[in-house]
Design a protein around this ligand. Structure first.
Ligand code: FAD
Length: 141
């Protein structure tokens, strides 16, 4: 098993329906492919954690690279995975502009600035730790 964490930029501002389209297909495919993880969206930026069998994660990453709904897909961290972090989620999702800040430690700091992918790219382990805050949160969609 492996994990892969990447950031990307939405090709256009995502409406709720655009995000739901992505999630519906993602959850269907990820159940089939034994992939779990988390997708966050804010200010036209995505950050996504993928976990699962190596060949399936690599296959999904290839599809993601050619998806015209986002650009600048950049891998921040990847490696072997001992234990899934989002075991129960074919793809957990949060639109960060709609999350109650009290539920996520560090989120209020995070939201005061624009979603800064450059900052994340410089500190990928911090980004990974930030994502883990969402493990026990109630779901949005
Ligand atoms: P279909 O959904 O049937 O799509 C067929 C083709 O049409 C694909 O090439 C697709 O990219 C393209 N397409 C579909 N809808 C649109 C649209 N509205 N505009 C332009 N092109 C479109 N897929 C997963 O399986 N798991 C994930 O976790 C996952 N996460 C994603 C996260 C983000 C931020 C984005 C943008 C996409 C994500 N996807 C995910 C979708 C992925 O990029 C592929 O589109 C999808 O896996 C292809 O599934 P499919 O073969 O069932 O094709």
């Amino acid at each position: 098993m492996m994990y892969l964490l990447y950031v990307s930029e939405a090709a256009y501002p995502m409406e709720t329906s655009d995000l739901l389209d992505i999630l519906t297909v993602s959850r269907r495919n990820n159940l089939r492919d034994d992939i779990t993880g988390l997708l966050l969206y804010k200010d036209r930026q995505f950050i996504q954690l993928l976990e699962g069998p190596k060949s399936n994660v690599i296959g999904l990453h290839r599809r993601l690279m050619t998806d015209p709904r986002h650009t600048s897909v950049r891998t921040m961290l990847s490696g072997p995975l001992q234990e899934r972090q989002f075991n129960n989620w074919a793809m957990a999702f949060y639109d960060l502009s709609k999350v109650d800040q009290r539920h996520v430690p560090g989120l209020s700091d995070f939201l005061q600035k624009p979603f800064d992918e450059h900052e994340f790219l410089k500190t990928p382990n911090r980004a990974y730790r930030f994502l883990l805050n969402f493990k026990d949160m109630p779901q949005h969609a």
